[in-house]
Design a protein around this ligand. Structure first.
Ligand SMILES: [Zn+2]
Length: 217
């Protein structure tokens, strides 16, 4: 099904990571901008997995620790992400509650799950069809574009809660952990080398008898 397509790497050509110029990899440095040339990003899977594990570890404190500390007429209240979402839901602000749910709970989890799946496919632990690979990679790219919605949510929360001298809002330690989750998942997605997926498809197509689908892995 997936025939072997000639790739730039087969001809010893590499696209520069910085400026995109395609040059022979034996030049070692890009003739246009001087960046180091690689056929594939070095240690891409290892880097992606390390960044994802760090993001997953920070995901837990980001939901247990308070993200916002509101002081209302001298009374200090700590709000977690889930607590804040439930408060908005109970007060009838359903769209804000849904945006918080999507941005803070669902999207980081989906990103980590999709990237883990792609890493498994790129290392040959799984053998999905090219169509499925393309679709999951497209979803990861789509989620990447919405990373900054988390920042947008914090902006909404502060503007909703900041009511002059009566209420003051300060970020809690959970906000730092949450910012860590956002940054680390973005870096993990950037570290991932999608061309490893297509390399793996070619390897599978060349050796169908050994590992394809029948293997329990
Ligand atoms: Zn360059």
């Amino acid at each position: 099904m997936s025939g072997h397509f000639v790739k730039a790497a087969d001809r010893g050509l590499a696209a520069c990571h910085s400026c995109g110029k395609v040059s022979p990899v034996k030049l070692e440095d890009c003739p246009r901008c001087g960046s180091r040339l690689h056929l594939r990003k070095p240690a891409s899977i290892e880097g992606t997995v390390a960044l994802m594990l760090a993001a997953a570890a920070l995901y837990i404190p980001s939901h247990i620790l308070p993200v916002l500390r509101t002081t209302e007429l001298g009374v200090v209240i700590d709000n977690t992400i889930v607590g804040g979402m439930l408060t908005f839901w109970q007060s009838g602000a359903y769209p804000i509650a849904l945006v918080i749910f999507a941005a803070s709970i669902l999207i980081p989890l989906l990103k980590i799950a999709a990237l883990s799946w792609l890493c498994l496919a790129a290392t040959g632990k799984m053998h999905p069809s090219p169509e499925k690979l393309g679709r999951v990679y497209w979803i990861t790219e789509l989620l990447g574009r919405w990373s900054m919605i988390d920042i947008f949510v914090v902006g909404i929360l502060v503007s909703v809660l900041q009511l002059g001298n009566y209420v003051t809002v300060k970020p809690g330690p959970g906000a730092l952990a949450f910012a860590g989750v956002v940054v680390l998942t973005m870096l993990a997605a950037m570290r991932f080398e999608p061309r490893l997926l297509w390399d793996r498809l070619d390897e599978d197509a060349e050796a169908p008898a050994t590992t394809h689908e029948s293997s329990p892995s």
